[in-house]
Write a protein that binds this ligand. Sequence first.
Ligand code: FES
Length: 121
Amino acid sequence: MAETERLVCDSAALADSGEGVRFEVEYLGEKTPAFAVRYEGRVHAYLNRCPHVPAELDWDPGRFFDMQGLLLLCSNHGAIFLPESGRCIGGPCKGRNLVALPVEERDGKVILKESGHGGRR
Ligand code: FES
């Protein structure tokens, strides 16, 4: 399978437990909002779509973390997710997961590897 890579943002744009960067991916044939955040030094990216209702999570554009910077928070009905796995640990979709996207950091850039999310769940 051919793999394409795409620049999401500069690494410096993602502070630990800070604001996320929003972007779009092609997912199941549709342009779908997504986001990247940094947590404990590592970058994680997910579709910006809550498993409860397919709505975007951020309570202001790019604001995904709770006040402590420890959990991702859905602004709609308060579901909380582990930043490192996207696992919901509280709220109406407890036990379900955000859809993770494959990203890596290289040469000060955050890169999305686009082969891994075109049609899988
Ligand atoms: S839409 Fe996220 S908790 Fe309901």
